[in-house]
Design a binder for this molecule. Structure first.
Ligand code: FES
Length: 71
């Protein structure tokens, strides 16, 4: 199994390398067979947990001090 990769975009979503499995609070599993998935970080998406571009519309500014990108 390869190492998971999650990339925080500047004032945007988390890009998660797929394929991956999402599990909702009820335990329902959804397999996403795509090379990358954008997960909402701003809380404004109408398609959570996925990013729908709302971060741009609302002017989301990420707190850079709370995320550390590995070297
Ligand atoms: S990060 Fe894109 S809609 Fe929230």
């Amino acid at each position: 199994m390869s190492e998971p990769i999650i990339e925080a975009k500047q004032n945007g979503p988390y890009l998660v390398q797929g394929p991956l499995k999402l599990i909702d609070p009820s335990g329902k599993e959804t397999v996403i067979d795509r090379p990358w998935v954008a997960l909402c970080r701003c809380g404004q998406s109408n398609n959570k947990p996925f990013c729908d571009g709302a971060h741009s519309r609302v002017g989301f500014k990420a707190d850079a001090g709370k995320f550390y990108k590995p070297a």
